[in-house]
Design a protein around this ligand. Structure first.
Ligand code: PEP
Length: 249
């Protein structure tokens, strides 16, 4: 049975290590042997080392990385460092980084390639803004983000990428995309991958939805929307609600 992938993005929360440990332990003690889902928790960098997931099915992910291996890059974190801390996944190109830190498609592409080299699975985030959507530009914007993000990535590697469609207007707004609308986008993503690679590859890749997912709507994205998983922000900080979400898939 293929497991549904649930990625928890804690963003810049909670505010200290004690709270981070409490949050993780609360979730892990219930979800440590959950069968239907694969849960990946992506805490802020300083908490990666205090979250001990050795005996759990919960996997660890980071929220960003840098593409260089080492050197004079003040403030950056390499993939080797993330690997050393037990990260199996890394979120790349989240809209908040694109918006607040001017992260470009080119940088996203470099980070994805560096993660693939280190065998850490990239969670490649992309999505359109409200303005793009209102102007009918959604597909053009997504096509550009996908093509630029996947530049010079070969067939055998693209299968390792987890694609996360996150419409900006749905993130943190409490107004998710409808599963029907999200499914149209999922099929569009597959079309782009088919054109760039092949149909078998498009059928193999994992595509997630993210944006105001909660315990009541998660099932609709997996069942009606046919997504292979979800990326969860706000709800991942509420242990009871997050556990309910994972159990409701
Ligand atoms: C996100 O930021 O990736 C996200 C999906 O957030 P939220 O679930 O809060 O909309």
């Amino acid at each position: 049975m293929k497991k549904t992938l649930i990625i928890a993005n804690w963003k810049m929360n909670p505010s200290n290590t004690t709270q981070a440990k409490v949050l993780f332990d609360e979730v892990a003690k219930v979800l440590k042997d959950v069968k239907k889902a694969k849960v990946v928790i992506c805490p802020p960098f300083p908490y990666l080392s205090i979250i001990n997931n050795q005996l759990s099915l919960i996997k660890l992910g980071a929220q960003d990385c840098f593409w260089e291996e080492s050197g004079s890059f003040t403030g950056e974190i390499s993939l080797s460092m993330l690997k050393d801390l037990g990260c199996k996944y890394v979120i790349i190109g989240h809209s908040e980084r694109r918006q607040f830190l001017n992260e470009t498609d080119r940088m996203v592409n470099k980070k994805i390639k560096a993660a693939l080299i280190k065998n850490i699975r990239p969670i490649f985030c992309f999505g359109e803004s409200k303005k793009d959507k209102d102007q009918g530009k959604t597909q053009n914007v997504l096509k550009k983000q996908l093509e630029n993000g996947l530049r010079k990535i070969i067939k055998s590697d693209v299968k390792k990428i987890i694609f996360a469609y996150e419409p900006l207007w749905a993130i943190g707004s409490g107004k998710p995309c409808s599963p029907e609308e999200a499914n149209v986008i999922r099929l569009f993503i597959k079309k782009i991958i088919t054109q760039k690679y092949s149909r078998p590859i498009a059928n193999e890749i994992k595509i997630l939805y993210g944006g105001s997912v909660n315990s009541s709507n998660v099932k609709s994205f997996i069942q009606q929307g046919s997504f292979q998983g979800v990326l969860v922000g706000g709800v991942s900080l509420k242990p009871k609600e997050f556990i309910k979400l994972v159990k409701n898939i």
